[in-house]
Design a protein around this ligand. Structure first.
Ligand code: GLU
Length: 281
């Protein structure tokens, strides 16, 4: 069933990309950003439901570390903030969104790994996070193996869900939703006993005023998640430009400022700025 779904999605992506080529993908109206700036727009994929990383606010504005990184990078590519159009790219949609050309690049807690590198190219890394667990404040779940036999939530298409199945807790009853906000709601209602994904994401949720004191992070470093900026496979010119932008962001103090602004309120103890081009295994 699962395989059939993947095959259908891959076929759909292929048909779409062939159609785009046939129609002339360079049509200005649907341009995802040529890199030239000027009066055009650039479309950037982010998350909409992850406080501190990528969040669509009730007034329609956007906040978070990924949003700040994306805005900085866009500027270096020649686009002012008012030329940016943010598009929601959920975990399972990211590779297809890039293949279809829906967005020029994706900054959405997107871990670099070999499987994804077959389908997309990555600039970065620009943040190192680690997989962790979020549980109720009074929970006695303290390590990965405590999850076996428990109800656990993660997101479809994430490395977090994959790691649970592969090695962290293959016998957990894993529920996969399309976004982490749905997992948090399930934790609050008691439908699941734990939520697992990157500590950066979990810390942002735990710090929300409505959840203060209700949840705790286990503090486990279950994996290394090297966040990259995804671009369409083969667009090495954009990868190079984004890497230069990220290096500049780290050296001119903007990276530190973005960390303080976005992770400070959640009291998230982030790792130091990664060296661009170096993946921590
Ligand atoms: N960083 C992990 C991933 O890329 C988990 C967070 C997410 O789903 O965006 O899969």
């Amino acid at each position: 069933m699962k395989l059939r779904k993947v095959t259908a999605a891959a076929a759909a992506a292929l048909v779409l990309s062939l159609t785009a080529t046939a129609c002339g993908g360079d049509d200005n109206d649907s341009d995802t950003g040529s890199g030239s700036g000027g009066g055009g727009k650039i479309k950037i994929g982010i998350k909409y439901d992850q406080p501190g990383l990528g969040l669509k606010e009730p007034d329609g504005s956007f906040s978070g570390f990924d949003v700040d990184v994306a805005t900085y990078v866009a500027k270096e590519l020649g686009y002012e903030p008012n030329q940016i159009e943010f598009v929601e790219t959920k975990s399972a949609d990211r590779e297809n969104a890039l293949a279809r050309g829906d967005v020029k690049f994706i900054a959405a807690t997107y871990s670099i790994n070999d499987e994804r590198k077959q389908k997309v190219d990555f600039a970065g890394p620009y943040l190192l996070a680690h997989q962790d667990l979020l549980v109720k404040a009074d929970s006695d779940i303290a390590k990965g193996t405590d999850l076996n036999g428990k109800n656990l939530c993660s997101v479809t298409g994430s490395t977090s869900a994959q790691n649970v199945k592969n090695d962290i807790a293959p016998k957990a009853n894993l529920k996969e939703y399309s976004g982490y906000s749905e997992c948090i709601a399930a934790l609050q209602s008691g439908t699941v006993d734990a939520v697992t994904t990157d500590d950066s994401i979990l810390a942002g949720f735990a710090a929300q005023s409505q959840y203060k004191g209700k949840f705790k992070l286990a503090g486990l470093k279950l994996s290394n998640e090297n966040y990259g900026i995804g671009v369409k496979k083969g667009d090495t010119a954009t990868v190079d430009k984004i890497n230069k932008a990220l290096e500049k962001m780290e050296s001119d103090g903007s990276w530190d400022k973005a960390v303080k602004d976005n992770f400070g309120p959640a009291n998230y103890k982030n790792e130091p700025a990664p060296k661009i081009g170096v993946i921590v295994k």
